[in-house]
Design a protein around this ligand. Structure first.
Ligand code: NAD
Length: 505
């Protein structure tokens, strides 16, 4: 079993190093809450510097053999992992709901989107193909190969404890690297179930490791010379600091940060469809998605009918524990986070916004879990805290504008640039928006445009620090480095000394 019961009757979540569970000896740990009940449900180890060093050393040793393993064998292993994750979807999703709180169907969706990345990585022999130029000069060929980096680390957020690790480790391992995952300390158990499946698939011990913990573990990963690359997903201040520290230490880094995703609705949009999309994208997973829609920019006359259609749909959202059938929105991750989100609702009126629907009055808020109902804020404007900050909860803001240009300017002036969407029936307007907007992922009548696994995921501006996006083709590029070989097999009869600079013609 990945999680062992300890004497206190509460589960302990350990590290996974060298193909087995390793309890921490650091003496430090954190509480894992059950967000649906408000009770603690596990204790998670926090790694010491020495434990992180041990994981890196084991990974470094495992890397030597793994990078020499045939591509076809690595591909076969990914196919096996694909089958195992597929067969264990429900187990992963249940564990995820238990610790994160999101509804079970939503958790199943998360697993499915993570699995896509393993499917992509099955094609690693094709993905790692280099290039070859015959006869670059007489008798000389030039070719480029791609090689793995070594030990690479992934530091992941609480909101996708299965999918985001799979975004990273599927490509990292398939490309021949050894991987160290530092999951969120708030929902750490899924990482151990994934580790079991990775081992079962035949990935050699030490190639995939999990180090549980907090910033002590992260800081060591950023400093250790044997960690060659760092993938991070989390909030913007941490992403920025990780990018700065790790690049200063000579590592390759992709650090994805927070978001404030705007959905622009033009007056010609289908109001029912736009309202369905807004409610789904704002309140799914209780708004704890980096691609959640948190601002609707309603242009002109569409505002009133759209808000009315949104209100009707909000009234039907069922809030409650994620494992109870029929519930559509679960609790938030912790009590502190719930209270922080609720404080934006409490302050909205004093900032000049109006609270059109107050989620604090939802019946679920009387339960002991970390619940908060869906909230709609109207007449929000840039400059208000509820607009400026990433709230990361079930709070949707409406900003009203008179023109497309005004709406576009607002989106482009926002410091974040993760996802955005336009709702319209006008193809020309949609194409213009796609051309104009400063964001990395754009939806046209699609509210959550998370790219499929054979494209790459990444925002612009304060939503991503680094040059390469996550997963897909960029993922393969991130986890490999190019080597160019210039080769000649001369006829010894033509060989001579020539001190001139090599010419190609
Ligand atoms: P977070 O930044 O608090 O934590 C992310 C990871 O960093 C965790 O593993 C955590 O242990 C670690 N960490 C936290 N503080 C640290 C510090 N000071 N030093 C070193 N490590 C630290 O983020 P979170 O609350 O777990 O996740 C929610 C955030 O993640 C939101 O801002 C959301 O938008 C963002 N997110 C972004 C994407 C994306 O693709 N851009 C995807 C998912 C989540």
């Amino acid at each position: 079993m990945a999680i062992a019961d300890v004497a206190a009757g509460i589960k302990s979540v350990h590290h996974w190093i060298g193909g087995k569970l390793v309890p921490s000896e650091s003496g430090r740990s954190g509480v894992v809450w059950n967000p649906a009940t408000g009770e603690p449900q596990a204790k998670v180890d926090f790694a010491s510097v020495e434990e992180v060093d041990q994981a890196i050393q084991i990974a470094q040793r495992a890397f030597v053999d793994w990078r020499a393993t045939a591509l076809s064998r690595r591909s076969e292993t990914m196919f096996k992992l694909r089958e195992l994750v597929d067969a264990n979807r429900r187990r992963i999703a249940e564990l995820l709901t238990l610790e994160h709180g999101k509804t079970f169907p939503d958790a199943m969706g998360e697993v499915a989107r993570g699995l896509e990345n393993i499917e992509f990585a099955c094609g690693v022999p094709q993905l790692m193909k280099g290039g070859f130029s015959e006869q670059s000069s007489r008798g000389i060929d030039v070719y480029q190969i791609r090689q793995p980096l070594g030990v690479v680390a992934g530091i992941t957020p609480f909101n996708f404890p299965a999918m985001v690790p799979m975004w990273m480790f599927a490509n990292a391992i398939a490309c021949g690297n050894a991987f160290i995952l530092k999951p969120s300390e708030r929902d750490p158990s899924v990482s151990l179930l994934l580790a079991e499946l990775v081992k079962k698939a035949g990935v050699p011990d030490g190639v995939f490791n999990v180090v549980q913990g907090d910033k002590v573990a992260v800081e060591r990963l950023l400093a250790h010379p044997d960690v060659k690359a760092v993938s991070f997903v989390g909030s913007t201040p941490v992403a920025k600091s990780i990018y700065e520290t790790a690049t200063r230490n000579g590592k390759r880094v992709q650090a994805l940060g927070g978001a404030k995703n705007h959905m622009l609705v033009l007056p010609d949009a289908d109001v029912g469809m736009a309202a369905d999309a807004a409610v789904s994208a704002a309140y799914g997973s209780a708004g704890e998605r980096c691609m959640a829609i948190s601002v609707i920019v309603a242009v002109g006359s569409v505002a009133e009918p759209l808000i009315e259609a949104i209100r009707v749909r909000m009234a039907r959202i069922k809030v409650g524990p994620g494992m109870e059938e029929g519930n559509e929105m679960g609790p938030l991750i912790t009590r502190d986070h719930r209270d922080r989100v609720a404080s934006y609702v409490a302050n909205a009126a004093s900032e000049g916004a109006s609270v059109a629907v107050d989620g604090r009055t939802d019946a679920a808020c009387h339960k002991s879990g970390f619940f908060l109902g869906a909230t709609l804020l109207d007449h929000v404007e840039p400059g208000m805290r509820c607009y400026n900050d990433e709230i990361f909860g079930p709070v949707l803001s409406i900003v009203r504008t008179n023109t497309y240009d005004e709406a576009l300017r607002m989106i482009n002036e926002n410091p974040y640039g993760n996802g955005t969407a336009i709702f319209t029936r006008d193809g020309g307007a949609a194409r213009q928006f796609q051309f104009d907007v400063d964001a990395g992922m754009v939806g046209i009548n699609v509210p959550i445009p998370v790219p499929v696994a054979y494209y790459s995921f990444g925002g612009w501006k304060a939503s991503l620090f680094g040059d390469l996006n996550m997963y897909g083709p960029d993922g393969v590029q991130f986890y490999t480095k190019a080597k160019v070989v210039t080769s000649r097999w001369p006829d010894p009869g033509t060989s001579k000394v020539d001190l001139g600079f090599p010419q190609s013609r």
